[in-house]
Write a protein that binds this ligand. Structure first.
Ligand SMILES: Cc1cc2nc3c(=O)[nH]c(=O)nc-3n(C[C@H](O)[C@H](O)[C@H](O)COP(=O)(O)O)c2cc1C
Length: 335
Protein backbone atom coordinates (compact mmCIF):
# COMPACT_ATOMS: atom_id res chain seq x y z
CA UNK A 1 0.00 0.00 0.00
CA UNK A 2 2.97 2.38 0.23
CA UNK A 3 2.40 5.37 2.49
CA UNK A 4 0.19 5.14 5.51
CA UNK A 5 -1.31 8.61 5.11
CA UNK A 6 -2.01 8.72 1.43
CA UNK A 7 -5.76 9.26 1.70
CA UNK A 8 -7.51 12.41 0.57
CA UNK A 9 -10.98 13.91 0.43
CA UNK A 10 -13.18 12.24 -2.19
CA UNK A 11 -14.41 13.88 -5.35
CA UNK A 12 -18.05 13.00 -6.04
CA UNK A 13 -18.76 14.67 -9.35
CA UNK A 14 -18.51 18.38 -8.56
CA UNK A 15 -18.88 17.77 -4.80
CA UNK A 16 -15.85 17.24 -2.59
CA UNK A 17 -15.96 15.57 0.81
CA UNK A 18 -13.97 16.93 3.74
CA UNK A 19 -12.07 13.67 4.09
CA UNK A 20 -11.94 9.95 3.32
CA UNK A 21 -14.04 8.64 6.27
CA UNK A 22 -17.79 9.15 6.14
CA UNK A 23 -20.83 8.34 8.26
CA UNK A 24 -23.11 5.56 6.97
CA UNK A 25 -26.85 6.07 6.54
CA UNK A 26 -28.74 4.27 9.33
CA UNK A 27 -32.51 4.54 9.46
CA UNK A 28 -33.70 5.58 12.92
CA UNK A 29 -30.18 6.60 13.96
CA UNK A 30 -28.41 9.00 11.60
CA UNK A 31 -31.06 11.72 11.82
CA UNK A 32 -30.11 15.40 11.47
CA UNK A 33 -29.15 15.79 15.18
CA UNK A 34 -26.77 12.83 15.06
CA UNK A 35 -25.32 13.90 11.71
CA UNK A 36 -24.67 17.32 13.22
CA UNK A 37 -22.65 15.84 16.10
CA UNK A 38 -20.69 13.58 13.76
CA UNK A 39 -20.04 16.49 11.37
CA UNK A 40 -18.78 18.68 14.21
CA UNK A 41 -15.85 16.31 14.78
CA UNK A 42 -14.69 16.54 11.19
CA UNK A 43 -16.35 13.63 9.39
CA UNK A 44 -15.62 13.57 5.67
CA UNK A 45 -19.31 13.39 4.86
CA UNK A 46 -22.60 12.33 6.41
CA UNK A 47 -25.54 10.66 4.65
CA UNK A 48 -29.24 11.00 5.48
CA UNK A 49 -31.29 8.06 6.62
CA UNK A 50 -32.92 6.13 3.81
CA UNK A 51 -35.86 8.07 2.41
CA UNK A 52 -38.58 5.91 0.88
CA UNK A 53 -39.33 7.75 -2.32
CA UNK A 54 -42.92 6.56 -2.40
CA UNK A 55 -43.65 7.99 1.07
CA UNK A 56 -41.77 11.16 0.22
CA UNK A 57 -44.00 11.88 -2.74
CA UNK A 58 -47.02 11.71 -0.42
CA UNK A 59 -45.32 14.13 1.97
CA UNK A 60 -45.09 11.75 4.93
CA UNK A 61 -43.75 13.87 7.79
CA UNK A 62 -41.04 11.47 8.90
CA UNK A 63 -39.65 11.19 5.36
CA UNK A 64 -39.70 14.95 4.85
CA UNK A 65 -37.85 15.36 8.18
CA UNK A 66 -35.14 13.06 6.89
CA UNK A 67 -34.35 15.60 4.16
CA UNK A 68 -33.24 18.23 6.68
CA UNK A 69 -29.82 19.66 5.91
CA UNK A 70 -27.03 19.24 8.44
CA UNK A 71 -25.04 22.30 7.48
CA UNK A 72 -21.33 22.52 6.86
CA UNK A 73 -20.92 19.37 4.87
CA UNK A 74 -22.42 18.44 1.49
CA UNK A 75 -25.98 17.19 1.94
CA UNK A 76 -26.34 13.60 0.75
CA UNK A 77 -29.88 12.23 0.62
CA UNK A 78 -30.37 8.50 0.26
CA UNK A 79 -33.38 7.30 -1.69
CA UNK A 80 -34.87 3.84 -1.66
CA UNK A 81 -37.60 2.71 -3.98
CA UNK A 82 -38.70 0.25 -6.59
CA UNK A 83 -40.62 2.33 -9.10
CA UNK A 84 -39.09 4.60 -11.68
CA UNK A 85 -41.80 7.19 -11.25
CA UNK A 86 -41.41 7.38 -7.45
CA UNK A 87 -37.63 7.46 -7.62
CA UNK A 88 -37.70 10.30 -10.10
CA UNK A 89 -40.17 12.29 -8.05
CA UNK A 90 -38.31 11.51 -4.83
CA UNK A 91 -35.06 12.70 -6.40
CA UNK A 92 -36.71 15.92 -7.54
CA UNK A 93 -38.11 16.61 -4.06
CA UNK A 94 -34.72 15.89 -2.48
CA UNK A 95 -32.99 18.20 -4.96
CA UNK A 96 -35.51 20.96 -4.28
CA UNK A 97 -34.93 20.47 -0.54
CA UNK A 98 -31.24 21.25 -1.08
CA UNK A 99 -29.60 17.86 -1.59
CA UNK A 100 -26.09 18.12 -3.06
CA UNK A 101 -25.85 14.41 -3.89
CA UNK A 102 -28.44 11.64 -4.28
CA UNK A 103 -27.47 8.19 -3.00
CA UNK A 104 -29.46 5.18 -4.19
CA UNK A 105 -29.99 2.28 -1.78
CA UNK A 106 -29.21 -1.13 -3.30
CA UNK A 107 -28.13 -2.67 -0.02
CA UNK A 108 -30.99 -2.75 2.46
CA UNK A 109 -31.72 -6.38 3.44
CA UNK A 110 -35.05 -5.76 5.19
CA UNK A 111 -37.93 -7.96 4.04
CA UNK A 112 -40.28 -5.01 3.95
CA UNK A 113 -37.98 -3.37 1.44
CA UNK A 114 -36.85 -6.40 -0.52
CA UNK A 115 -40.30 -7.78 -1.17
CA UNK A 116 -41.03 -4.65 -3.13
CA UNK A 117 -37.83 -5.29 -5.09
CA UNK A 118 -36.07 -2.38 -3.47
CA UNK A 119 -32.86 -2.22 -1.46
CA UNK A 120 -30.64 -5.24 -1.97
CA UNK A 121 -33.29 -7.13 -3.91
CA UNK A 122 -32.47 -4.79 -6.78
CA UNK A 123 -29.08 -6.51 -7.05
CA UNK A 124 -30.95 -9.56 -8.35
CA UNK A 125 -32.49 -7.43 -11.05
CA UNK A 126 -29.49 -5.50 -12.35
CA UNK A 127 -31.26 -4.31 -15.50
CA UNK A 128 -34.04 -2.79 -13.44
CA UNK A 129 -31.55 -1.34 -10.95
CA UNK A 130 -29.84 0.39 -13.88
CA UNK A 131 -33.17 1.68 -15.09
CA UNK A 132 -33.78 3.30 -11.70
CA UNK A 133 -30.26 4.73 -11.58
CA UNK A 134 -30.54 6.14 -15.10
CA UNK A 135 -33.92 7.65 -14.33
CA UNK A 136 -32.52 9.50 -11.30
CA UNK A 137 -29.44 10.62 -13.26
CA UNK A 138 -31.73 11.90 -15.98
CA UNK A 139 -33.96 13.81 -13.59
CA UNK A 140 -31.56 15.75 -11.38
CA UNK A 141 -28.47 17.69 -12.21
CA UNK A 142 -26.63 16.36 -9.15
CA UNK A 143 -23.95 13.75 -8.58
CA UNK A 144 -25.47 10.32 -7.92
CA UNK A 145 -23.94 7.61 -5.77
CA UNK A 146 -24.97 4.02 -5.13
CA UNK A 147 -24.71 1.91 -1.98
CA UNK A 148 -24.73 -1.87 -2.36
CA UNK A 149 -23.68 -5.15 -0.80
CA UNK A 150 -21.37 -7.79 -2.31
CA UNK A 151 -24.40 -9.46 -3.85
CA UNK A 152 -27.56 -11.29 -2.89
CA UNK A 153 -25.75 -14.44 -1.74
CA UNK A 154 -22.36 -16.12 -2.16
CA UNK A 155 -23.36 -17.55 -5.55
CA UNK A 156 -24.22 -14.15 -6.95
CA UNK A 157 -21.47 -11.74 -6.00
CA UNK A 158 -22.26 -9.18 -8.70
CA UNK A 159 -21.22 -5.93 -7.03
CA UNK A 160 -18.29 -5.38 -9.41
CA UNK A 161 -20.41 -5.91 -12.50
CA UNK A 162 -23.20 -3.70 -11.23
CA UNK A 163 -20.77 -0.98 -10.14
CA UNK A 164 -19.17 -0.93 -13.60
CA UNK A 165 -22.57 -0.55 -15.22
CA UNK A 166 -23.49 2.19 -12.73
CA UNK A 167 -20.28 4.05 -13.55
CA UNK A 168 -20.97 3.76 -17.27
CA UNK A 169 -24.40 5.25 -16.63
CA UNK A 170 -22.83 8.24 -14.87
CA UNK A 171 -22.73 7.33 -11.18
CA UNK A 172 -19.95 9.16 -9.30
CA UNK A 173 -19.17 6.94 -6.28
CA UNK A 174 -20.00 3.46 -5.03
CA UNK A 175 -20.11 2.20 -1.45
CA UNK A 176 -19.88 -1.53 -0.83
CA UNK A 177 -20.90 -3.17 2.45
CA UNK A 178 -18.81 -6.35 2.59
CA UNK A 179 -21.70 -8.69 3.27
CA UNK A 180 -24.32 -10.38 1.10
CA UNK A 181 -28.05 -9.88 1.54
CA UNK A 182 -28.32 -13.42 2.90
CA UNK A 183 -25.85 -12.55 5.64
CA UNK A 184 -28.03 -9.68 6.86
CA UNK A 185 -25.77 -8.37 9.66
CA UNK A 186 -24.42 -11.79 10.66
CA UNK A 187 -20.86 -13.03 10.41
CA UNK A 188 -18.01 -10.68 9.64
CA UNK A 189 -17.89 -8.19 6.81
CA UNK A 190 -15.43 -9.21 4.06
CA UNK A 191 -13.28 -6.38 2.79
CA UNK A 192 -11.18 -8.32 0.26
CA UNK A 193 -13.97 -8.93 -2.27
CA UNK A 194 -14.58 -5.17 -2.33
CA UNK A 195 -11.32 -4.96 -4.26
CA UNK A 196 -13.07 -6.55 -7.26
CA UNK A 197 -15.33 -3.50 -7.29
CA UNK A 198 -12.38 -1.12 -6.96
CA UNK A 199 -10.72 -2.85 -9.92
CA UNK A 200 -13.88 -2.68 -12.03
CA UNK A 201 -14.37 1.10 -11.83
CA UNK A 202 -12.45 4.37 -11.94
CA UNK A 203 -14.82 6.30 -9.62
CA UNK A 204 -14.08 6.30 -5.88
CA UNK A 205 -15.23 3.28 -3.86
CA UNK A 206 -15.99 3.33 -0.13
CA UNK A 207 -15.51 0.13 1.84
CA UNK A 208 -18.09 -0.47 4.58
CA UNK A 209 -18.90 -3.01 7.27
CA UNK A 210 -17.46 -3.60 10.77
CA UNK A 211 -15.04 -0.66 10.65
CA UNK A 212 -14.90 0.63 14.22
CA UNK A 213 -11.52 2.28 14.71
CA UNK A 214 -8.37 3.38 12.91
CA UNK A 215 -6.89 -0.11 12.87
CA UNK A 216 -9.93 -1.73 11.27
CA UNK A 217 -10.15 1.19 8.83
CA UNK A 218 -6.56 0.70 7.74
CA UNK A 219 -7.00 -3.07 7.34
CA UNK A 220 -10.21 -2.60 5.36
CA UNK A 221 -8.48 -0.07 3.10
CA UNK A 222 -5.45 -2.27 2.61
CA UNK A 223 -7.55 -5.32 1.74
CA UNK A 224 -10.00 -3.51 -0.52
CA UNK A 225 -7.78 -0.76 -1.95
CA UNK A 226 -10.83 1.49 -1.61
CA UNK A 227 -10.52 5.29 -1.57
CA UNK A 228 -12.23 5.70 1.79
CA UNK A 229 -14.29 4.11 4.53
CA UNK A 230 -17.92 4.37 5.58
CA UNK A 231 -18.64 3.85 9.28
CA UNK A 232 -22.04 3.03 10.74
CA UNK A 233 -22.51 1.29 14.08
CA UNK A 234 -18.98 2.13 15.20
CA UNK A 235 -20.06 5.76 15.52
CA UNK A 236 -22.88 4.99 17.96
CA UNK A 237 -21.95 6.51 21.30
CA UNK A 238 -18.63 7.67 19.78
CA UNK A 239 -19.63 10.23 17.13
CA UNK A 240 -16.06 11.63 17.01
CA UNK A 241 -14.64 8.39 15.65
CA UNK A 242 -15.51 9.21 12.02
CA UNK A 243 -13.66 12.53 12.14
CA UNK A 244 -10.74 10.99 13.99
CA UNK A 245 -10.34 8.24 11.39
CA UNK A 246 -10.71 10.76 8.59
CA UNK A 247 -7.99 13.00 10.05
CA UNK A 248 -5.66 10.09 10.78
CA UNK A 249 -5.96 8.78 7.22
CA UNK A 250 -4.94 12.20 5.92
CA UNK A 251 -2.07 12.50 8.38
CA UNK A 252 -3.71 15.42 10.20
CA UNK A 253 -4.02 15.97 13.97
CA UNK A 254 -7.00 14.13 15.43
CA UNK A 255 -10.00 15.98 16.81
CA UNK A 256 -10.05 15.35 20.55
CA UNK A 257 -12.78 13.12 21.98
CA UNK A 258 -14.67 14.93 24.77
CA UNK A 259 -14.55 13.44 28.25
CA UNK A 260 -16.27 13.88 31.59
CA UNK A 261 -18.42 16.98 31.98
CA UNK A 262 -17.56 18.10 28.46
CA UNK A 263 -19.07 14.89 27.12
CA UNK A 264 -22.08 15.28 29.39
CA UNK A 265 -22.64 18.71 27.84
CA UNK A 266 -22.35 17.29 24.35
CA UNK A 267 -24.89 14.58 25.15
CA UNK A 268 -27.23 17.17 26.67
CA UNK A 269 -27.09 19.28 23.53
CA UNK A 270 -27.61 16.23 21.32
CA UNK A 271 -30.55 15.22 23.51
CA UNK A 272 -32.25 18.60 23.21
CA UNK A 273 -31.67 18.63 19.46
CA UNK A 274 -33.36 15.23 19.16
CA UNK A 275 -36.41 16.43 21.08
CA UNK A 276 -36.81 19.54 18.97
CA UNK A 277 -36.21 17.64 15.71
CA UNK A 278 -38.63 14.77 16.34
CA UNK A 279 -40.98 16.35 18.84
CA UNK A 280 -41.02 15.41 22.49
CA UNK A 281 -42.84 12.08 22.37
CA UNK A 282 -40.92 10.40 19.54
CA UNK A 283 -37.79 12.32 20.56
CA UNK A 284 -37.64 10.75 24.02
CA UNK A 285 -37.65 7.30 22.42
CA UNK A 286 -35.04 8.15 19.78
CA UNK A 287 -32.83 9.84 22.38
CA UNK A 288 -32.92 6.80 24.64
CA UNK A 289 -30.98 4.73 22.07
CA UNK A 290 -28.26 7.36 21.76
CA UNK A 291 -27.96 7.96 25.50
CA UNK A 292 -27.71 4.19 26.04
CA UNK A 293 -24.82 4.01 23.56
CA UNK A 294 -23.06 7.01 25.08
CA UNK A 295 -23.20 5.34 28.51
CA UNK A 296 -22.16 1.92 27.23
CA UNK A 297 -19.22 3.26 25.23
CA UNK A 298 -17.96 5.93 27.60
CA UNK A 299 -18.91 4.76 31.10
CA UNK A 300 -18.77 0.99 30.71
CA UNK A 301 -18.17 0.41 34.42
CA UNK A 302 -20.94 2.68 35.55
CA UNK A 303 -23.42 2.17 32.78
CA UNK A 304 -25.57 -0.47 34.47
CA UNK A 305 -25.79 1.68 37.57
CA UNK A 306 -27.18 4.68 35.73
CA UNK A 307 -28.91 3.01 32.82
CA UNK A 308 -32.18 2.23 34.50
CA UNK A 309 -32.77 5.63 36.01
CA UNK A 310 -31.76 7.44 32.83
CA UNK A 311 -33.24 5.21 30.18
CA UNK A 312 -36.66 4.60 31.66
CA UNK A 313 -37.40 8.22 32.52
CA UNK A 314 -39.92 10.20 30.53
CA UNK A 315 -38.77 13.47 32.09
CA UNK A 316 -36.09 15.21 29.97
CA UNK A 317 -34.93 17.34 32.93
CA UNK A 318 -34.38 14.25 35.02
CA UNK A 319 -32.49 12.58 32.18
CA UNK A 320 -30.19 15.55 31.66
CA UNK A 321 -29.51 15.90 35.41
CA UNK A 322 -28.69 12.22 35.73
CA UNK A 323 -26.38 12.18 32.70
CA UNK A 324 -24.37 15.03 34.16
CA UNK A 325 -24.27 13.35 37.56
CA UNK A 326 -23.09 10.09 35.99
CA UNK A 327 -20.15 11.73 34.24
CA UNK A 328 -19.23 13.95 37.20
CA UNK A 329 -19.29 10.87 39.41
CA UNK A 330 -17.05 8.92 37.07
CA UNK A 331 -14.65 11.86 36.80
CA UNK A 332 -14.40 12.22 40.58
CA UNK A 333 -13.82 8.51 40.99
CA UNK A 334 -11.05 8.60 38.42
CA UNK A 335 -9.37 11.62 40.05
C1 LIG B 1 -30.15 0.20 12.37
C2 LIG B 1 -29.55 0.27 11.00
C3 LIG B 1 -30.17 1.02 10.02
C4 LIG B 1 -29.64 1.07 8.73
N1 LIG B 1 -30.26 1.84 7.78
C5 LIG B 1 -29.70 1.95 6.54
C6 LIG B 1 -30.26 2.83 5.57
O1 LIG B 1 -31.24 3.54 5.80
N2 LIG B 1 -29.67 2.86 4.34
C7 LIG B 1 -28.56 2.11 4.05
O2 LIG B 1 -28.05 2.17 2.92
N3 LIG B 1 -28.01 1.30 4.96
C8 LIG B 1 -28.53 1.22 6.19
N4 LIG B 1 -27.92 0.43 7.13
C9 LIG B 1 -26.64 -0.24 6.80
C10 LIG B 1 -25.45 0.63 7.16
O3 LIG B 1 -25.39 1.79 6.36
C11 LIG B 1 -24.11 -0.15 6.97
O4 LIG B 1 -24.03 -0.53 5.62
C12 LIG B 1 -24.03 -1.38 7.85
O5 LIG B 1 -24.48 -1.11 9.16
C13 LIG B 1 -22.60 -1.92 7.93
O6 LIG B 1 -21.71 -0.94 8.40
P1 LIG B 1 -21.24 -0.87 9.95
O7 LIG B 1 -20.72 -2.23 10.32
O8 LIG B 1 -20.19 0.19 9.96
O9 LIG B 1 -22.44 -0.52 10.76
C14 LIG B 1 -28.44 0.36 8.41
C15 LIG B 1 -27.83 -0.37 9.42
C16 LIG B 1 -28.33 -0.42 10.70
C17 LIG B 1 -27.62 -1.21 11.76
Amino acid sequence: MGHMNEFSPLQIGNVKTAGPAVLAPMAGITDAPFRKVVARFGAGMVVSEMVASASLTTGQAEMVRRLEKTGGLPHIVQLAGNEVDWMVRGAKIAADAGADVIDINLGCPAKRVTNGYAGCALMRQPDFALELIEAVLGEVDLPVTVKMRLGWDDDTLNAAELAARAEAAGVNLVTVHGRTRQQFYKGAARWEPVRDVVNAVTIPVLVNGDIIDLLSARIALEKSEAAGVMIGRGAQGRPWIVGQISAALMGLPLPRAPEGVELADLIAEHYSDILSHHGRELGIRVARKHVGWYLEENLPEHSTLWRKSILTSLDPHHVLREIRAAFVDAEQEAA
